[in-house]
Design a protein around this ligand. Structure first.
Ligand code: SAH
Length: 384
């Protein structure tokens, strides 16, 4: 196995609980070494562990283990087994089995949809372990099929190709899953992320528990919050700019025998303005926009967008109404998000209480020393 030597600062980073070592903290790497598992030494030649090596990435090394052990199919299988065991029981047939660094399996995402797996290999180091990883997933999880959704643009930073490939067995065009009694169909090949937004599962169930009267789901995608709320509400309006997503939402509503959802294809900003002009009022509003700030330099403009949405939504709430509002931009951290909400509340002229803070579910663990593992933040705001 190739040996890579890291600086004192790099070694300190590992000791402090973060699995990444950047290019600037690599003191020596063999010329032309291939991506894959390597042995790590400190500058005094002490053994530090094994890591995935990505020769073209700013994130050069991702810690696998501190022990002197082979990283083979059995190693991956053991780690996947531990990750699965941490999940405990989940009231859904779709959930995340492996949340990358946060589960000690850097750059590996594995989501289970019924008896199928949709996985992403997001670094060059991991890609070179593909056969062992896939075999380990098949051994431990015994799926009917494994699809590799390796079309995430982040792979480009690793000089990897983008592709969607069937790795094991067979995967149908649509997989039906169930989440707290709501059924929905997922297209694993073409759906967002690995097929669906599993990270909002618990928050969708919460929204369902609040539903009553007229409710609004903005950025509905395939209707996921709307479906949960439709079971308790008189009427639901679900908004998205994607006609395709809404068509799937309609099919999902039918699958659940729900006929009280109105599907509106529109830009969310325009649609909220129109609802305000029409004098509409809602008992519950969900705002689940896409990440407005994918990079640090977009934070300011993202906050302006989030503020406009939240301000409009607060104005649309009936007295006693609730806003469930989210940001999945890693760079918009909790404090900025809460400041933005305070700003929107001030401008709305309404008295707003923070009823609850929301985050990722337990199958998307957030490790406190790995800030990048946490990205989803939200709140339940209630107007008086
Ligand atoms: N709430 C969903 C996930 C939403 S993802 C769930 O829990 O599954 C974000 C969605 O916002 C996507 O479906 C995308 O089509 C939609 N979208 C992005 N920008 C938009 C805009 N300006 N107006 C309306 N919809 C938008």
């Amino acid at each position: 196995m190739n040996v890579v030597t890291v600086s004192k600062r790099g070694a300190r980073r590992w000791a402090a609980g973060h699995p990444w070592i950047y290019r600037s903290d690599v003191e020596h790497e063999p010329d032309g070494a291939a991506p894959g598992p390597v042995t790590i030494h400190d500058r005094h030649d002490n053994y530090l562990g094994r890591a995935l090596y990505s020769p073209h990435s700013e994130i050069r090394l991702r810690l696998l283990t501190r022990d002197d052990e082979p990283v083979d199919r059995a190693w991956w299988a053991a780690r996947v087994g531990e990750s699965l065991a941490r999940r405990g029981s989940i009231a859904a047939t779709a959930y995340r089995v492996v949340h990358a660094e946060a589960d000690g399996l850097p750059s590996l995402i594995v989501d289970r949809y019924g008896s199928y797996l949709s996985a992403q290999l997001l670094s060059a180091g991991l890609e070179s372990c593909r056969d062992d990883v896939v075999a380990a997933l098949a051994d431990v999880l015994e799926p009917s099929g494994i699809l590799l959704r390796n079309d995430a643009p982040i792979r480009r930073h690793e000089k990897l190709e983008l592709s969607v490939e069937l790795a094991v067995g067979d995967v149908p065009d649509e997989v039906e899953v169930e989440e707290y009694g709501v059924r929905y169909r997922v297209d694993l090949r073409a759906g967002q992320k690995t097929g669906a937004y599993l990270d909002q599962r618990e928050n969708r169930a919460l929204a369902g528990s609040f539903a009553g009267g007229r409710v609004l789901d903005v950025f509905t995608y395939q209707g996921s919050f709307a479906l949960h709320m439709a079971r308790g509400a008189d009427a639901v309006i679900a908004i998205d700019q994607s006609a395709e997503a809404l068509a799937q939402g309609r099919a999902n509503a039918e699958l659940n025998g729900l006929a009280n959802i109105e599907w509106v294809e529109a830009n969310a900003f325009d649609a909220l303005r129109k609802l305000e002009r029409d004098g509409e009022r809602f008992a519950v509003i969900v705002l689940d926009p896409p990440a407005f700030a994918r990079t640090k330099d977009r934070v300011e403009s993202a906050l302006a967008g989030y503020k406009e949405l939240n301000l409009r939504a607060l104005k649309l709430l009936a007295p006693g109404g609730r806003l469930l509002t989210f940001s999945c931009s890693y760079h918009v951290q909790r404090e900025l998000f809460m400041d933005m909400l305070a700003d929107a509340a001030r401008d709305s002229g309404r008295r707003v209480t923070v009823e609850r803070l929301l985050s990722q579910p337990a199958d998307h663990p957030e490790i406190i020393t790995i800030p990048e593992s946490g990205y989803l933040k939200g709140a339940v705001l209630k107007v008086l």
